[in-house]
Design a protein around this ligand. Structure first.
Ligand code: NAD
Length: 253
């Protein structure tokens, strides 16, 4: 297995890099992951069940609880950390083809990326969408209504059920979004998979897809992943230290 030094050289000389990021890149920004040792689902397996589309649509009590949780989530106030900034550094050097992210927190965009370069395969918690008519508007508008007393605010256009514009269990991914991710994988010469257990599909397919197309695969995570066997280098440790080291980012930025 190759070392950090080898991986740094691949990144330094790559023409096109794709970063595939998971919840682990945002834990140092104060947003807990799901399946890591301190993850929301690791500590409370019942929480996973509450994230299914069927329950959300069928049960007003599940929706009321979800709106209350959204009022108190750390996602809206979080700031990007050194890991996000290291990925943005690659963009500034003209080497980044795309960020494919499983995250819904908008922190890559907050770090500076053009939103068109961030492929959010699981959607965004910063937006709300009507399940019936697809009306999409900023989550902040809905949260203001919840604060004003609406427990389960209906769509202002059609009265339908509104949810966070994220992909729940049982909900299909948006085909053009996943196609864009796979196209990026096909055209990368290096893929950096950071902060993911690489167990959520089809997003994790970016790794084998890029590998089959000839890319080098660098996995950076705090614990082993399902795809370490495919990797050219596996870097184990804290992402907000390893990503700046891998990308040879300036630390004063
Ligand atoms: P995951 O929760 O399955 O795995 C995260 C991985 O990151 C774990 O292996 C964990 O050990 C590692 N990790 C956590 N903090 C780390 C750190 N500081 N340094 C190094 N490694 C660290 O995440 P996933 O594979 O992305 O899947 C969870 C799904 O849940 C995602 O698809 C996403 O949609 C959603 N989610 C998103 C957010 C977010 O937007 N920030 C947060 C939680 C969950």
């Amino acid at each position: 297995m190759s070392s950090l030094t080898d991986a740094q050289a691949w990144v330094r000389t790559a023409k096109w890099i794709v970063a595939l990021t998971g919840a682990g890149i945002s834990t140092d920004s104060g947003i807990p992951d799901f399946r890591g040792p301190q993850g929301v689902w690791t500590r409370n397996p019942a929480a996973e069940k509450a994230s299914t589309l069927q329950h959300y649509l069928a049960d007003p009590a599940v929706r009321r609880a979800a709106w209350q949780r959204r009022l108190h989530t750390s996602v809206f106030d979080a700031e990007p950390n050194a890991g996000h900034r290291a990925i943005f550094d690659l963009d500034q050097r003209g080497q980044l083809l795309a960020v494919v992210t499983q995250n819904i927190d908008g922190l890559h965009q907050k770090a500076g990326h053009d939103p068109r370069d961030v492929i959010e395969v699981h959607g965004s918690a910063l937006w709300a969408r009507c399940w019936n008519c697809n009306d999409r508007r900023p989550m902040a508008e809905l949260l203001d209504r919840v604060r004003a007393g609406e427990e389960d605010p209906p769509c202002v256009v059609c009265g339908g059920i509104v949810k966070s514009d994220t992909i729940l269990f049982g909900q299909d991914l948006v085909p053009v979004v996943i196609q864009a991710a796979m196209m990026a994988a096909d055209n990368a010469d290096v893929v950096i998979a950071a902060g993911s257990t690489l167990s959520v599909f089809p997003a994790a397919n970016v790794v084998p897809q890029a590998k089959a197309a000839g890319a080098r695969v660098i996995i950076v995570n705090g614990e082993p992943t399902k795809m370490d066997g495919l990797a050219d280098a596996v870097l184990l440790g804290p992402l907000s230290e390893l990503l700046p080291a891998l990308c040879e980012s300036r630390l004063d930025q």
